[in-house]
Design a protein around this ligand. Structure first.
Ligand SMILES: Nc1ncnc2c1ncn2[C@@H]1O[C@H](COP(=O)(O)OP(=O)(O)O)[C@@H](O)[C@H]1O
Ligand code: SF4
Ligand SMILES: [Mg+2]
Length: 341
C-alpha cells in the first residue's frame, strides 16, 4: 500500500503558538504521508500535538493570530492535481475542505449549530460543495445516516442536536464529513467518550464506508486498541515530534522507541483499551511543557532506558531502523540488541 504515490505528503510541519507563558512549540518538524485508500494513525498522549496537526493540515489555524505554521502539505485532490495546501488561497481552501478533505473534529457537539435541525445542517454541507437540489441532498443525507447505522434516519434528520445522543451526534458528523465523498478524511478522536459498543459500531460503519469509497484516512487517537483494529501504518507522536513510525504489525510486535513500548504496556489487557475511561496517561510522569522541553531526548525524564550523559545531552534524530520503520532514540541499537538476545 505504501508503493502508490501518496495522496497526502506532509514535510517539515512546524507549529508554534505565542502565549503569555512563552512560545508553545506544539508540532516540531513533523513529516509523514498517507497513500490512497490507506488508514494512517497518529497516536500519542493528550497534549502531544495531534489535534494541532489536524487543524494545521486543514489550514484551520489561519485565523489564530498566535499561531505560526511552517512546512509543506502536498495533497492530491479529486481532480488528480497535486498542490501545496500551504500555498492555497482562503477561497481555494474552502473548496478543498468538505469536498476533497472531510474532517471530524474532537468536539463534535460544538461543530453543530443548536438552532438548526441535524438534517438542515447536513443538507447545507452537501449543497455547499455539490450541485444538488434540496430533494437530492435530503435523499443523500438520509442514505448516509442509514449507512452509519442510524435506525430511524428520518427522525434523526428532523431532530435538533440537543435531542439526540452523543453516539448519534458522532454518526451525524461522520455522515456530514463523508457525504461529499472526500478522498481524505481527517478523523480526530472520532469515538472518544462513547460507550464501547457504540464505538465499535461506529468504527465498523466507518471502515465499511472507507472501503467502499476507497478513501484515505488520517485517524488521530490516543487509543492504541483502536489503532490495532483500524490502521495500516502508525505514527507515534511525543512532545510534538514523530518518535516512531511503522506498519501496525511492526509497531505492535517490535517497537524500538521506549515510549511506544510503554504505551503498549499501558494497555490494560488486550481488548480493554476501548473502555470509556481508558487513558494512556497510565505512563508515569507527564508530557513535558511545550514551552520548555527537556534537553537531549524530550522523553528522557520518563524513560526506563535512560542513560545519563547520552539521553539528556544528545538530541536523537529520526533514524531508519528497517525499511518503513523509523525511530527517534539514541539507544535503539542497544534496545534492539537486548530484544534479539
Ligand atoms: N491555540 C493554542 N494556543 C496555545 N497553545 C496551544 C493552542 N492549541 C494547542 N496548544 C498547545 O499545544 C500542545 C498540543 O496540543 P494538542 O494539539 O491539542 O494536543 P493533543 O491533540 O495531542 O491532545 C499543548 O501543549 C497545547 O496546550
Ligand atoms: S534516547 Fe534515551 S531517554 Fe530517549 S527514548 Fe531513547 S533511551 Fe529513552
Ligand atoms: Mg486532541
Amino acid at each position: 500500500m505504501t508503493g502508490a504515490d501518496p495522496i497526502l505528503e506532509v514535510s517539515g510541519l512546524d507549529v508554534r503558538f505565542d502565549s503569555p507563558q512563552g512560545i508553545v512549540h506544539a508540532v516540531r518538524d513533523v513529516s509523514f504521508s498517507v497513500a490512497p485508500g490507506e488508514i494512517v494513525a497518529l497516536v500519542g498522549e493528550s497534549g502531544s500535538g495531534k489535534s494541532t496537526i489536524g487543524l494545521a493540515l486543514m489550514r484551520l489555524l489561519d485565523h489564530e493570530e498566535s499561531a505560526r505554521v511552517q512546512g509543506t502539505i502536498r495533497f492530491t485532490g479529486k481532480d488528480g492535481g497535486s498542490r501545496d495546501l500551504m500555498a492555497q488561497s482562503a477561497r481555494s481552501m474552502r473548496r478543498i475542505r468538505g469536498n476533497d478533505i472531510g474532517m471530524i473534529f474532537q468536539e463534535p457537539m460544538s461543530s453543530l449549530d443548536p438552532i438548526f435541525t441535524v438534517g438542515a445542517q447536513i443538507v447545507e454541507a452537501i449543497r455547499i460543495h455539490q450541485r444538488k437540489s434540496a430533494g437530492e441532498a435530503t435523499s443523500l443525507a438520509l442514505e448516509m445516516l442509514h449507512l452509519l447505522g442510524i435506525a430511524h434516519p428520518r427522525q434523526c434528520f428532523a431532530s435538533y442536536p440537543h435531542q439526540i445522543s452523543g453516539g448519534m451526534i458522532q454518526r451525524v458528523m461522520i455522515a456530514m464529513a463523508l457525504s461529499c465523498n472526500p478522498t481524505l478524511l481527517v478523523a480526530d478522536e472520532p469515538t472518544t467518550g462513547l460507550d464501547v459498543t457504540i464505538q465499535a459500531q461506529i468504527i465498523e460503519h466507518l471502515q465499511s464506508l472507507q472501503r467502499q469509497q476507497r478513501m484515505s484516512v488520517l485517524f488521530i487517537t490516543h487509543d492504541l486498541g483502536l489503532v490495532a483494529e483500524i490502521a495500516d501504518r502508525v505514527f507515534v507522536l511525543y512532545a510534538g515530534q514523530v518518535v516512531e513510525f511503522g506498519s501496525v504489525e511492526t509497531i505492535f510486535r517490535a517497537p524500538l522507541m521506549p515510549y511506544t513500548g510503554m504505551l503498549l504496556d499501558s494497555l490494560p489487557r488486550l481488548g480493554c483499551s476501548s473502555l470509556p475511561d481508558y487513558r494512556i496517561e497510565a505512563i508515569p510522569g507527564n508530557v513535558p511543557n511545550a514551552t520548555a522541553f527537556p534537553p537531549g531526548c524530550a522523553f528522557h525524564p520518563r524513560c526506563r532506558h535512560f542513560e545519563p550523559l547520552t539521553c539528556d545531552r544528545d538530541t536523537p534524530a529520526l533514524e531508519l531502523a528497517a525499511p518503513d520503520h523509523l525511530v527517534r532514540c539514541c539507544r535503539w541499537h542497544a534496545i534492539r540488541g537486548a530484544c534479539d538476545s
